[in-house]
Design a protein around this ligand. Structure first.
Ligand SMILES: Cc1cc2nc3c(=O)[nH]c(=O)nc-3n(C[C@H](O)[C@H](O)[C@H](O)COP(=O)(O)O)c2cc1C
Length: 140
């Protein structure tokens, strides 16, 4: 098993409804290729965890990096791992913009911690505990 986390900046023209449409196609394709993970959207930024075989993860990441719907793609973490965090999700999604819920407040705290640590800008070991917490908050 291989895990990869990257961040990117969404293109101005990539609207939330288009993101949901992309996600629907992505989930079908991920299920076919044994990819799981989580995509977070916040302040025009994406943070995505990809999990699967090394070959499938890198092949998908190469396609994602060329996608014109986002830019400034930076790899934050890449490593072999024994277990998936989102083993039953072909791509979980959370939009931090849906505020007001308790999960939003908890996610915001984790996000602030992650941002303060500088983990959005440079490779970080914090990416795995971050997504483990995200899973706990979103799905219990
Ligand atoms: C932020 C972001 C996340 C994406 N996540 C996935 C994903 O998890 N799985 C997927 O198949 N495509 C994902 N895509 C879409 C790919 O970039 C690409 O459009 C898709 O794999 C189809 O590639 P193809 O046209 O070369 O076949 C994502 C795109 C963006 C911008």
């Amino acid at each position: 098993m291989h895990s990869l986390v990257y961040r990117s900046v969404a293109s101005e023209s990539f609207t939330l409804s288009e993101i949901y449409k992309m996600l629907s196609d992505a989930r079908d394709s991920n299920a076919d290729h044994g990819i799981t993970g989580c995509l977070l959207y916040h302040n025009n930024h994406f943070l995505q965890l990809l999990e699967g075989t090394k070959e499938e993860v890198l092949s998908l990441y190469n396609r994602i990096k060329k996608d014109p719907r986002h830019r400034e793609v930076i790899t934050l973490m890449e490593e072999p791992r024994s277990e998936r965090i989102f083993d039953d999700w072909s791509m979980a999604f959370h939009d931090y913009g849906q505020n007001g819920s308790s999960s939003y407040i908890k996610m915001k705290q984790i996000d602030d911690f992650f941002a303060k640590s500088g983990a959005y800008e440079k490779p970080s070991k914090l990416a795995i505990p971050f997504f483990t917490n995200v899973r706990e908050i979103l799905f219990g």
